[in-house]
Design a protein around this ligand. Structure first.
Ligand SMILES: [Zn+2]
Length: 309
């Protein structure tokens, strides 16, 4: 069975982590909680990413276990998230080339289908579009392998410690479950996310805008790969700014809000000085996915609304 077919057969199955299967360690029994813990903290023999000297990366200490100077260093890296820090993990030259070509292909797809549709595009749809449209061109086998590795490798190896709400590369957004939000170019899930957004708008007013809603695995890939590219292959730096594909709650519920006319400041810490944020804060209903000094490895994001579903 080809890797691609194998992944498709996993879709929908309750497989928490599949790198073991992908790398030849197939298992027929479903993973239980202990297996997941083992896989997260495991023996390090699955590592796709290696240190600068080519050696296998050691598994890092999880943030809740950090103390003293180690904890200070962790918090410093998050506060100065856009810098390069000691211990950051980079793609090797070969994988960086694959990133560039795969990213360029994703950008061509986005241009072709438009931003609004791209937010919801599934991996299978992207692969199919690339195959059938000459202006995009089919993904090469090496590009697809690279994307699989990025998706299934444990993100804690490069410093992201959050959960993974979308477990499979081929997970799809059900278009019947989302609604387009007028004047935003974005979508929200029906139910709790839409109710929360409606409540915030009603309380804060039209100054509050939706800056990012539902994102498919493909959209998150695009954002994450662009960030790695901007940082010359630095995976750790990228993951301090946004969750790797599969790990983003934009895939299942969360959304970002901003203030009209606040531009790029909507995505910086300056957002806390905006009227909208102050209003939200005073309401006491706002819950942030990535509060200041959180332990998931992501910078402070005062604009990212957490919706538990
Ligand atoms: Zn967000």
């Amino acid at each position: 069975m080809k890797r691609r077919d194998f992944i498709r057969s996993l879709a929908g199955a309750a497989v928490a982590l599949s790198p073991a299967s992908l790398l030849g360690m197939t298992r027929s029994d479903p993973m239980d909680a202990e297996d997941v813990q083992d896989a997260l903290l495991g023996n390090g023999d699955l590592a796709t990413f290696s240190g600068p000297d080519g050696r296998t990366l050691p598994l890092p200490d999880l943030p809740p276990r950090l103390r003293g100077r180690d904890l200070e260093n962790y918090l410093h890296r998050l506060r100065v998230f856009n810098a390069t820090h000691d211990g950051d993990v980079f793609l090797d030259a070969k994988r960086f080339d694959l990133l560039r070509s795969a990213l360029a292909r994703l950008e061509r797809i986005q241009k072709m289908v438009g931003f609004g549709n791209f937010y919801l595009l599934s991996f299978d749809e992207a692969v199919h579009l690339a195959q059938t449209r000459v202006e995009v061109g089919a993904f090469t086998t090496d590009e697809l392998d690279f994307l699989e590795q990025i998706f299934y490798e444990r993100a804690l190896l490069y410093g992201f410690f959050g959960e993974k709400p979308m477990k499979n590369l081929t997970d799809q957004i059900d278009r019947r479950e989302v609604v387009k939000v007028p004047n935003s170019g974005n979508h929200l899930y029906r139910g709790k996310p839409l109710e929360m957004y409606t409540l915030l708008r009603r309380r804060v007013g039209n100054k509050l805008i939706l800056t990012s809603g539902v994102r498919s695995v493909v959209k998150q890939f695009m954002l994450f790969l662009s960030k790695i590219h901007e940082g010359n292959g630095n995976l750790s730096r990228a993951s301090r700014s946004l969750a790797p594909p599969g790990y983003s709650y934009h895939g299942i519920s969360d959304f970002d809000v901003g203030q009209t006319g606040f531009g790029q400041h909507n995505f910086t810490e300056k957002f806390v000085e905006s009227e909208v944020f102050k209003h939200l804060h005073s309401m006491g209903v706002l819950s942030l996915r990535y509060p200041r000094d959180n332990l998931t490895g992501v910078r402070f994001e005062p604009w990212h609304v957490k919706v538990d579903v």
